[in-house]
Design a protein around this ligand. Structure first.
Ligand code: ZN
Length: 95
C-alpha cells in the first residue's frame, strides 16, 4: 500500500482557485470577484503549487506516472519539484 493508492482512479488533478479578496467597501453591487491565481495541491506534502504562465518558475507541476511504475494504472500526481523523488520512492518501496 502506498499513500497514493487512493489517488489511483482519480479523473484528473484538481485545480483550486484563489479569489482576490473583496474590497472592504463592497457596497458595490456589481463587484465582480476576480481570480487571483490557480494552484494545485501537492499530493505528497500538501503545499500549494501556484500555476504560472512561465512553467519553469513554478515550484512543481503535474506528472504522469506510468502503470509500469505504479503497478496498477497510470497515475497523475501534482508534485512540488522537491517531492518528485520522495514520491517515486514510495512506488519503488511497494514493488
Ligand atoms: Zn510537495
Amino acid at each position: 500500500m502506498s499513500k497514493f493508492d487512493k489517488l489511483i482512479g482519480r479523473d484528473k488533478v484538481p485545480i483550486y482557485i484563489k479569489m482576490k479578496p473583496k474590497p472592504s467597501a463592497s457596497h458595490l453591487i456589481n463587484y465582480q470577484s476576480e481570480i487571483d491565481y490557480k494552484y494545485y495541491i501537492c499530493d505528497h506534502c500538501g503545499s500549494k503549487i501556484k500555476i504560472l504562465q512561465k512553467k519553469h518558475e513554478m515550484s512543481g507541476g503535474v506528472v504522469c506516472l506510468p502503470a509500469t511504475l505504479t503497478g496498477n494504472k497510470d497515475l497523475t500526481l501534482a508534485l512540488c519539484n522537491k517531492c518528485l523523488n520522495p514520491a517515486l520512492k514510495e512506488f519503488e518501496g511497494v514493488k
